[in-house]
Design a protein around this ligand. Structure first.
Ligand code: NAD
Length: 801
């Protein structure tokens, strides 16, 4: 029988437990969330007349955990309704219910004795086939199951999520000494496919992979900062995006994580390793301990390495001076190496400029990197089986763009090792053997091929990637481009399917992309079985090329604008009615035109993290590529044919969604907002999305595909428009919206209600497109709309005028 996780339990409803439960609910798994039973009543509970026997009191901690998950920002749940899948309970009354669960995750306090105690109880109640795992950040998996039966140890392992579990890609899976390999393999697959995580197999060593290397790197940063006399703000300027690390860099990250957690993690390694050099490497500097004493733990206590302060001119962020222990205004780092690095176009060159410069900033970065890389290589084999696991752990757990070995390749292995030798560093045998074999990098990449990686003793092996992971970049290198222009390409993704990839700047839609959509329709109708629309850029598409439209408008080229909009509309109609199946696969941001290119598809296969919306009102416009029509169709398609007042409710929903520029916070929410249909699919793991979209497209093609048929759309006409306008008038009167907002809303209402026709009229798509184009052109000519467009282009933010 194939294993399945139909129900799970999470033990411990704290920061992690509640958020893990939320993520299980996100993927449709019902969860029991259990925590301890309190032994005292709160004042509030007493006032309510509750006793220690009341269920509400006994479940206090899990109820609170669920409430925290509900309120979490960024949201822990894909859709707030999913919270209903999480059932709060407690670790006394509900223990027998563990027998209902296929997977039990322990996420209680980081304390070996407590964890052992909890696991002993789990063993009494869990079904013999249930998988049991711990979310520990660093306690030994083997130590946790001491005293448990062999049968239990076989199905026990570490599943280490990163915070916040919905968003952080890394899931470290740590087999214990007795874990059944089939269970490890199952959890790896389940973690990737169903939970959408990037799974890395780690060994049962202190703090596993990411936190071991990450903490070591942080400690070396603290060290070197003192030695080079840099401030925390200066270090952040060097250790953020310029070296492929998150914007929060070093110290803002620590402030977010909390200094107590950092101290806990560092101490855990120090106490668990045996060699003195390593113990010493994990010693914390005195100022960190002093900060903890002062409760300057970061965000959660209001101050850490940085502190926000109100000043006469507003809010100011101050930096902690570690010499004086006082907060001071932030300084801008003056460094030629930093400036040079910033001016480079690739991360590889930025890193080289940083590392091989001639100032203290450069020497600082070199020192930190060198020490981290050497440590990583020294620990290779002990903490992970291969370098890919280490690189992935750092990329997915710490949001680094490149892992340590990839970084080492980027700065040049030979050059950097030569400098390390000059500086008297000992080079780990793992690296010596590589260089001795005559090779010069950890990875060997040939265009179009799966990369090979160094496994030690001068040997290389191909990265073992699931076949379902399609890399458009690699297919392009392998010569699978069918057609290409400046904005987009058609790529053969195998089995008779081509993928339309946008690669214009920020994937914006301009004439070249529109041209390629037309080419795609012709190509696929003649030579292929199906079309997928997808790309692997950070965002799917953030809309049409606004700059071009603004320039045309300012030059008064109305005919040209009319033609551009019309062409976009007609192209999307062709896409909708083409004779072969189309599947659109949006991910991350799919805004404005980016949403509109998805609507004509037969199916949408969205990434779970899809932020889709028609946001045109933010720039003083309404959608111009059929977005209004498509949202209207989706809103009314399930309304019974006999047109009555109820139709207005559905039209109102479409109106409100567009008028308030609503953007979904997940694909599931996009369904609720009417952007996606129930028949559209969701890929929890983005790595598999193109494969999933292709599978859907092929299944449509193979199941006797019939093209979509144009249908007339019922509209609510002038009387429906009048009702919507009353609402808008009220908003204007109450001061919620400006005069220009009202004007935009009226244009939108006219399109969505079908203009000057009676309620219940059935109109064609072209009729609605004409109304839409007319409204769009009228608005783009408005000075206030042009101001909004300009403001968005200059600042990236909407202007309210
Ligand atoms: P937390 O303190 O927020 O929550 C711990 C929960 O354990 C609380 O709800 C508490 O009521 C419960 N608890 C306390 N004593 C207990 C007992 N005797 N028996 C059963 N439950 C008890 O902690 P957290 O941050 O959610 O961490 C939970 C686990 O996840 C730890 O093992 C931690 O190392 C690990 N972890 C934490 C993070 C993180 O960033 N916070 C990340 C990854 C892993």
């Amino acid at each position: 029988m194939t294993r399945q996780i139909r129900k799970a339990a999470v033990l411990g409803a704290g920061v992690m437990g509640a958020a893990i439960a939320a993520h299980l609910a996100n993927v449709g798994i019902p969860v029991l969330l259990l925590d301890i039973v309190p032994n005292e009543l709160t004042e509030e509970e007493k006032k309510k007349g509750l006793t220690l026997e009341s269920r509400q009191v006994r479940n206090r901690f899990s109820l609170r955990g669920l409430e925290n998950a509900r309120k979490a920002r960024p949201a822990a749940f894909y859709d707030s309704d999913d919270a209903a899948l999480v059932e709060p309970g407690n670790l006394v009354d509900d223990l027998p219910r563990l027998a209902e669960c296929d997977w039990i995750i322990e996420a209680v306090v980081e304390n070996l004795a407590v964890k052992r105690d909890v696991l002993a109880k789990v063993e009494q109640h869990a079904r013999p086939d249930a998988i049991v795992s711990s979310n520990t950040s660093g306690i030994s998996i083997a130590a946790m199951v001491e005293g448990r039966s062999e049968a239990f140890r076989k199905r026990f392992l570490g599943t280490h999520f990163f915070n916040p579990p919905r968003y952080m890609k890394l899931l470290e899976i740590i087999p214990g000494p007795d874990t059944d390999p089939d269970i490890v393999a199952f959890m790896q697959r389940f973690g990737e496919r169903e939970l959408g995580k990037g799974v890395v197999l780690a060994k049962d060593t202190p703090n596993f992979i990411a936190n071991r290397i990450g903490t070591y790197g942080l400690l070396r940063t603290l060290d070197a900062m003192q030695r080079f006399g840099l401030g925390v703000d200066e270090v952040d300027a060097l250790t953020g995006p310029v070296m492929g690390r998150p914007k929060s860099a070093t110290f803002r990250t620590l402030d977010l994580v909390g200094l107590d957690t950092f101290v806990h993690v560092a101490n855990n390694v120090r106490d668990s390793v045996s060699e003195s050099w390593e113990k010493k490497a994990f010693e914390l500097p005195d100022y960190i301990l002093k900060m903890v004493e002062n409760r300057w733990l970061g965000e959660k206590t209001g101050q850490g390495f940085f502190k926000r302060e109100r000043t006469a001119s507003g809010k100011e962020i101050l930096a902690l001076d570690l010499n004086t222990f006082e907060y001071r205004p932030r300084k801008k780092l003056q460094s030629a190496s930093l400036e040079k690095a910033k001016a480079q176009t690739t991360l590889e060159r930025k890193l080289q400029a940083l590392v091989y410069g001639d100032d203290d900033a450069s020497r600082f970065i070199w020192t930190v990197l060198k020490e981290t890389l050497l440590y990583t290589a020294r620990k290779q084999g002990e903490i992970a089986d291969d370098i890919v696991a280490v690189d992935n752990a750092m990329k997915w757990g710490f949001n680094w763009e490149l892992g340590p070995y990839e970084t080492w390749d980027a700065i040049g292995l030979e050059r950097s090792v030569a400098r390390m030798r000059e500086e008297g560093d000992e080079i780990p045998p793992f690296v010596e053997e590589l260089l001795a074999s005559g090779r010069t990098s950890f990875y060997e990449r040939k265009p179009g091929e799966t990369p090979r990686f160094y496994v030690g003793k001068g040997e290389y092996r191909e990265i073992d990637e699931p076949k379902e992971i399609i890399s458009l970049g690699r297919l392009k290198e392998a010569g699978r481009v069918v057609r290409r222009n400046t904005g987009a390409s058609l790529i053969d993704i195998g089995d008779g399917v081509v993928c339309l990839e946008f690669h214009s700047l920020k994937q914006a839609i301009g004439p070249d992309v529109v041209e390629m959509i037309n080419i795609a329709v012709d190509e696929v109708e003649q030579n292929w079985d199906a079309l997928v629309i997808a790309n692997q850029a950070p965002n799917f598409c953030v809309g049409a090329n606004l700059l071009m439209m603004l320039m045309e408008a300012q030059a008064g080229h109305w005919d040209a604008l009319d033609q551009t909009v019309n062409e976009f509309q007609q192209t999307l109609l062709r896409l909708k009615y083409m004779r072969k199946p189309v599947v659109a696969a949006p991910h991350a941001m799919a805004l404005g035109g980016g949403a509109e290119v998805c609507f004509p598809a037969d199916r949408i296969q969205a990434a779970a993290e899809t932020y889709i919306g028609l946001v045109e009102v933010g720039v003083g416009l309404i959608p111009g590529g059929g977005g209004n029509k498509e949202l209207l169709i989706r809103a009314v398609e399930n309304v019974p044919q006999n047109i009555d007042e109820r139709l207005d409710q559905f039209v109102r929903r479409a109106f409100e969604t567009i008028a308030t520029a609503k953007v979904s916070t997940s694909a599931k929410e996009a369904r609720k907002l009417g952007f996606l249909r129930d028949s559209d699919g969701i890929s929890v793991n983005r790595d598999y999305q193109i494969h999933d979209a292709k599978t859907v497209a092929l299944s449509l093609a193979k199941a006797g595909y019939q093209p979509q048929v144009p249908r007339k759309i019922p509209v609510v006409g002038e009387s429906g428009a009048a009702m919507l306008k009353i609402g808008v008038f009220g908003m204007k009167k109450a001061g919620y919206i400006s005069e220009h907002d009202e004007k935009i809303a009226h244009h939108l209402i006219r399109v969505l209600t079908g203009g000057a026709v009676p309620r219940g009229t059935l109109v064609t798509e072209q009729y609605l497109l004409d109304l839409e184009r007319e409204a769009f052109l009228s608005l783009v000519g408005e000075p206030k709309t042009q101001e909004r467009m300009q403001h968005m282009l200059m600042t990236g933010k909407p202007l309210r005028n």
